[in-house]
Design a protein around this ligand. Structure first.
Ligand code: CA2
Length: 150
């Protein structure tokens, strides 16, 4: 299988491994980038891995993915719980979307229990730390394989 999966990361995820290790672990975003690249390669895919602290930049990347990627894996971080703009961009892009969170958002504060992103997602993986990105790429490979054979 060939194709690019856009792996998007929202605000503050650049701090991973440096602060709040009790919640988010000691793995850095660069470590997750490497894990994602290896997992995508295993499926004959390429991970285009990006992080931004800006909502508009994430929206622009999602819009551009329509012509350049086969699917989107997204950890929108705090924008998960606030951003109708990111939801609208995901709905408009027409690509399969998988939502990922490092922490189990349902075990945390009430305001993290609602996700705008979920309305656009084929599925949600949360609570498995960095491994969640690998699971999301496995699921994306499966979705793309099924779409190809149908
Ligand atoms: O669990 C996740 O992956 C989250 O998307 C992470 C977001 C949070 O707002 C979501 O509710 C759940 C926060 C990302 C902030 O990452 C940090 C990493 C290290 C130190 C401080 C923040």
């Amino acid at each position: 299988m060939s194709g690019v999966i856009l792996v998007l990361n929202g605000p503050n995820l650049n701090l991973l491994g440096q602060r709040e290790p009790d919640i988010y672990g000691r793995t850095s975003l660069d470590d997750i980038r490497a894990l994602s690249a290896a997992r995508a390669k295993l499926h004959g895919l390429e991970a285009d891995f990006r992080q931004s602290n800006e909502e508009g930049e994430l929206v622009s990347w999602i819009q551009a993915a329509r012509g350049s990627a086969q699917g989107i894996v997204i950890n929108a971080a705090a924008y998960t719980h606030t951003s109708v703009a990111i939801l609208d961009a995901l709905l408009a892009c027409g690509l399969p979307v998988i939502e990922v969170h490092l922490s189990n958002i349902y075990k945390r504060e009430e305001f993290r229990h609602h996700s705008f992103v979920s309305r656009a997602a084929a599925g949600v993986i949360c609570g498995f730390g960095a491994q969640g990105y690998e699971l999301a790429l496995d699921a994306m490979a499966h979705i793309l394989k099924q779409a190809k054979s149908s």
